[in-house]
Write a protein that binds this ligand. Sequence first.
Ligand code: NDP
Ligand code: 2IT
Length: 448
Amino acid sequence: MVSPAVSRLESLYADVLRRNPGEDEFHQAVREVLDSIVPVVERRPEFVEACVVSRVCEPERQIIFRVPWTDDAGRVHINRGFRVEFNSALGPFKGGLRFHPSVYLGTIKFLGFEQIFKNSLTGMPIGGGKGGSDFDPKGRSDAEVMRFCQSFMTELYRHLGEYTDVPAGDIGVGGREIGYLFGQYKRITNRYESGVLTGKGLSWGGSQVRPEATGYGAAFFAQRMLETRGESLDGRRVVVSGSGNVATYAIEKVHQLGGRVVACSDSEGYVVDEAGIDLDLLKQIKEVRRGRVREYAEARGVPFVPGGSVWDVPCDVAMPSATQNELHAGDAATLVANGCRAVVEGANMPTTPEATKALQDCGVLFAPGKAANAGGVATSALEMQQNASRDSWTFEYTEQRLAEIMNQIHDRCAQTAQEYGAPGNYVVGANIAGFVKVADAMLALGLI
Ligand code: NDP
Ligand code: 2IT
C-alpha cells in the first residue's frame, strides 16, 4: 500500500518529467531529493498542500541568451548562455558558471536545483542558482576567452547584483574568467560592486581560501565522516578523479591530513603515482601551463592510462571530483572489492544512483556532493560578507571558518538522517536538512 505522501510525490515527479523533457540530469537530481523527503512530507503534509515541493522544482526565472564573439582569426562564433535563478527564499541566487561544450539547459537546471539544498545546508543566507555556456575554453587564447566573457556579461549583467544574483566559478570558469566577467560588469554598470561575483582575485575583492575551499572542505568532511567510525585520513590511500580546481585542493588537504593521493585524472585518462601526487608539479602543469595529466606522467616517469577508469586504482577513500555521473555501478563494485571505506563527492552528482545504492548497501561511507563540496559556496558567502563590510580576513581565520562550517554540515546531515530513521545515510540527511530550511522559508514568504 503506497502512502498518500508517496503518491503525491510520484504524481509531482511525473509532472517534472512531462514539463522538462529530455533533461535527464535534472530528472535524476529531482528524483533523489523526492525519494529522500518522503518521511518529511508524511510528517508535514503542508509542504505538499501549499505546493512547496512543486514550487521548489520550478525555477523562479530561466534566462537563455545568445553569446556572439570573434576568435583571434576574426571568425564569428555563436554560443548559448544560461542562468537559471532557481530559488531565492534564503538569499540572493548564488551558484557558479560552467563553461563546457556539453552544457545545455538540463545541466544548468540540475546544478541549480542541487545548489538550493547545498546552499541551505551551509547555514549562510544564500539562495540557489547556476549558469554557464556551451563555450569550450580549451585551446582558446586569453584574448578569445576575454572576448567571450565580455559578450556573455554584456547580456547577463542586467540580471545580477549583490542582492539579486551572485555567480562564481565551476568547470571551465576560474580566476581568469571571473576577472574578465567582473571587469565587464564594472564597466557596464559604472559601479565597483565587489559582492556581485565571487572567486575574485585577492587584490580586487577576493577572499583568502576561496580557491582552495571546495577541495579543502571535501577533505574536512571526509575526515569528520571517517571519525564517526574511529578512523581518519592519516595513512590512507586516496584516489581523486579530475585534476582541476576541486581535485587539486582536495589532494593538497588530504596530504596535509596525512593521506596519500595515488591517482588523479582528466577527460583523457588517469595517472598513477604510488609515491603520492607531486602537487607542485601538478599545479605547474594544470594551473600555469593549462596542460594535461599526461604531461604530469611524462615529467614524473609514472604510468598514464589513456581512457579507462581511475576507480580501478585500489584505494581506501575515493573522491570523485571531475563531473556528473562519472562513477558507475561497475566502478562501485570495483571500489568495494578493493576495500574502499568511503566515497566523498567533490563534484556535483558524480556517482550514479545505482552506484550510490551499491556503495551504501555494502557499508561504504558515502558523502553526497551537496554536503561534501559545499565548502566552495560557503567560502563564497564568506567572500560576500567581507565585501559587504569592506574587510579582508587572514588565511588562517578564513580556513578555520571553513572547517567549522564543514563540521556543522556533517553533523547536521548525520543527526537529520538519524532523526528520520536512516542512520548513517548522508544522502537522506543532506536532502532533508537542506530541504526543510528552504521549505519553511517558502511557507513563511507566501505563495510567490
Ligand atoms: P575544473 O574545470 O577546474 O576541472 C574539471 C576537471 O574535471 C578537469 O580535470 C576536467 O578534465 C574534468 N572533467 C570535466 N568535465 C569532464 C567530463 N565531461 N568528462 C571527464 N572529465 C571531465 O572544474 P572544478 O574543479 O571547479 O569542478 C569539478 C567538479 O566540482 C564539478 O562537478 C563542479 O560542478 C564541482 N564543484 C566545483 C566547485 C568550485 O568551487 N569550483 C564547488 C562545488 C562543486 P578536462 O580538463 O580533460 O576536461
Ligand atoms: O557547485 C558549486 O557549489 C560551485 N560551483 C560554487 C558556487 C559558488 O557560488 O561559489
